[in-house]
Design a protein around this ligand. Structure first.
Ligand code: URP
Ligand code: ZN
Ligand code: ZN
Ligand code: ZN
Length: 483
C-alpha cells in the first residue's frame, strides 16, 4: 500500500477552506490530499463525514495540584481520554510554581504526570512568585526547553501576583519571546464585595456571581491591555466572559496592539441563573469569571464572528461534587467562598461549539475550525505542525458526524469527575474517530488510545508573538533605552 492510512471520501475543513478530499497518512503525518488517492494499509470510509483538524484546547487544568483540600479530579490519562472523546488532540495545561518555590521544579513534576497523556500536550508556566532569580535564571532555561508561555493570576489569594510583579513578568516575557496569558479580575474589588456579602449573610452559590460583577473583569482587562501597550508586549487575555470585557479587547486591537483573547464554552451556554439552581446544585456552576447573561452570550458570538475573540477553550477544572454520602463534599451550607472554582468541559467544547455555532448558523465551518484549533496553534507556536490539515502536518484529525444527536451526560464525557454542568444539554454533531499523529485514540466513541501515546510539544520562537517595536512614549522601559 502507498499509505499507512487513508481517510476516504470525506469533506475536509480547514480555517480557510472546505473541500471534498481523501487524506493520505504515513508516519503519523498527512502526506497527501486529493481525490482518488492510492491504497492505505488501513482505510477509513468518511462518506458523509467532516474531516477536521483535531482540536487544540489551550486552557486546561489537568492533574494540577491546587492549594487547599480539594483535588483536581482528572489524571492525564482520564483528562486526555475525555478530550479525545470530544475531538481534541492537543491540550495545553499548566505547570505551577509554589510560592517561595521553583517553577523549574513545578515543570519537572508536571512533565512526569503528563507522560500518561493519550494526546499531545504543552504547558503554560504559572508564576505565583516571580522573584528575580526565577525571571532571570529559571525562565530563560525553561523557555529554551520549549515552554514558551506564562500564566499569571491577578486574583485568587493563593496564586495572585501584584501589578508590580505582573509588569516584571511581562518585561521578562518580552525579553524571552514568550506569551503571557492573564487571569484578569480586580482582586481587591472582589474581596470588598465578598466581605460585604458574607456580612449580609448572602453566602449561597449564586452570590459568587454577585461578588464579581462584570465591572470587576472589565476594569482589569482594560488595565492589562494598558500594561501590554506600555511595555510593548503581546498578551492573551483568558476567559473573557461577556460583552463589556470583549469591547476592551476590541479597543486594544483597534489601536494595533497584540492583545488576543479567548472565551470558554461555559460563557456561551451557561448564565448566572445556573448558579441559582435548587439546593446546592448551583455549586456545580461556580467558575471565575462567573457565567453572565444571554445578552453577554450574544455579544461573545458577535465578537467571535468579528475575530476579536480568537479561540474558545474549556478552562477544564474538574472538582468532584459528591462526598461519601452523595452530598456536596464541600458542605451543603458552605459559603460560596469555599466552593472550588472551575467547571469541567474537555469533551464538550468542540461538540457544543459545533452545535451552537455551526448547526445554529452563528458561525461557518472554517470559523469553527479556527476557534477550536487553528488560531490556538498559531498563537501558541504549534502551527503548521498542529491545527490544520495540510501536507506535512501531524495527522491529528477528528472524523465528525455532523448529524449525530447526543444528549450530554457524565457517562458521555468520560472524564474522572462526577458531574458535568452540561448534563442534559443536547447537541447535533459529534466526533466518531479521533486520531493523534495517525493513531486512533477514540473509535466509535470508545477510548482506544493508550496512556503515554501523547508527546510533549516543545515550542520554539515564532513570529506572531514578536513585539511590535512601538512604545507609547519616547522610552522603552523594558530595556531602559530610548524607544
Ligand atoms: O474558575 C476557574 N476558571 N477556575 C480555574 C482556574 C482559572 O481561573 O482559570
Ligand atoms: Zn509516571
Ligand atoms: Zn483563570
Ligand atoms: Zn483556568
Amino acid at each position: 500500500p502507498e499509505f499507512d492510512l487513508v481517510i476516504r471520501n470525506g469533506t475536509v475543513a480547514t480555517a480557510s477552506d472546505v473541500f471534498g478530499s481523501d487524506v493520505g497518512i504515513t508516519g503519523g503525518q498527512v502526506v497527501a490530499l486529493g481525490r482518488g488517492l492510492g491504497a492505505g494499509a488501513k482505510e477509513i470510509d468518511a462518506t458523509g463525514r467532516l474531516v477536521l483538524p483535531g482540536g487544540i484546547d489551550s486552557h486546561t487544568h489537568i492533574e494540577e495540584p491546587r492549594g487547599g483540600p480539594t483535588v483536581n479530579a482528572d489524571s492525564f490519562a482520564s483528562g486526555s481520554a475525555s478530550a479525545a472523546v470530544g475531538g481534541t488532540t492537543t491540550v495545553i495545561g499548566f505547570a505551577r510554581q509554589e510560592r517561595g518555590g521553583s517553577i523549574a521544579q513545578g515543570v519537572a513534576e508536571h512533565l512526569e504526570r503528563a507522560r500518561h497523556s493519550r494526546i499531545d500536550y504543552g504547558f503554560h508556566l504559572i508564576l505565583t512568585d516571580p522573584r528575580p532569580e526565577i525571571l532571570e535564571e529559571e525562565l530563560p532555561r525553561l523557555v529554551e526547553q520549549g515552554h514558551r508561555s506564562f500564566k499569571i493570576f491577578l486574583t485568587y489569594a493563593g496564586a495572585r501576583i501584584t501589578d508590580d510583579q505582573a509588569l516584571e513578568v511581562l518585561a521578562a516575557a518580552r525579553r524571552l519571546g514568550a506569551l503571557t496569558c492573564i487571569h484578569a479580575e480586580h482582586h481587591e474589588l472582589i474581596e470588598f464585595h465578598t466581605r460585604a456579602l458574607l456580612k449580609a449573610g448572602l453566602t449561597a452559590p449564586k452570590h459568587h456571581a454577585w461578588a464579581k460583577p462584570m465591572v470587576v473583569e472589565r476594569e482589569c482587562v482594560h488595565r492589562v491591555c494598558a500594561m501590554a501597550e506600555a511595555l510593548d508586549v503581546p498578551i492573551q487575555v483568558f476567559h473573557v466572559s461577556g460583552g463589556e470585557s470583549a469591547e476592551e479587547i476590541e479597543r486594544a486591537q483597534r489601536r494595533g496592539l497584540k492583545v488576543w483573547a479567548e472565551t470558554c464554552t461555559q460563557y456561551l451556554v451557561l448564565t448566572a441563573e445556573d448558579l441559582d439552581r435548587p439546593g446546592f446544585e448551583g455549586a456545580k456552576y461556580v467558575c471565575s469569571p462567573a457565567p453572565r447573561s444571554r445578552a453577554d452570550q450574544a455579544a461573545l458570538w458577535e465578537m467571535i464572528r468579528r475575530g476579536v475573540i480568537g479561540n474558545i477553550t474549556s478552562d477544564h477544572a474538574p472538582t468532584r461534587y459528591a462526598g461519601p454520602d452523595g452530598k456536596s463534599a464541600f458542605g451543603e451550607d458552605a459559603p460560596f467562598t469555599r466552593i472550588p472554582n472551575g467547571v469541567p468541559g474537555l469533551a464538550v467544547r468542540m461538540p457544543v461549539l459545533f452545535s451552537e455555532g455551526v448547526v445554529k448558523g452563528r458561525i461557518d465551518l472554517p470559523t469553527f475550525v479556527s476557534i477550536t484549533a487553528t488560531h490556538a496553534a498559531k498563537l501558541f507556536g504549534l502551527h503548521p505542525r498542529k491545527g490544520t490539515i495540510a501536507v506535512g502536518s501531524d495527522a491529528d484529525i477528528a472524523i465528525w458526524d455532523p448529524a449525530k444527536r447526543v444528549t450530554i451526560t457524565q457517562a458521555v464525557v468520560q472524564d474522572a469527575n462526577d458531574h458535568t454542568p452540561y448534563e442534559g444539554f443536547e447537541v447535533t454533531g459529534w466526533p466518531e474517530t479521533t486520531l493523534v499523529r495517525g493513531v486512533p485514540v477514540v473509535e466509535g466513541g470508545r477510548v482506544v488510545g493508550a496512556p503515554g501515546h501523547g508527546r510533549f510539544l516543545p515550542r520554539g520562537p515564532y513570529e506572531m508573538i514578536k513585539p511590535r517595536g512601538i512604545f507609547p512614549g519616547p522610552f522603552n522601559p523594558v530595556d531602559g533605552v530610548p524607544a
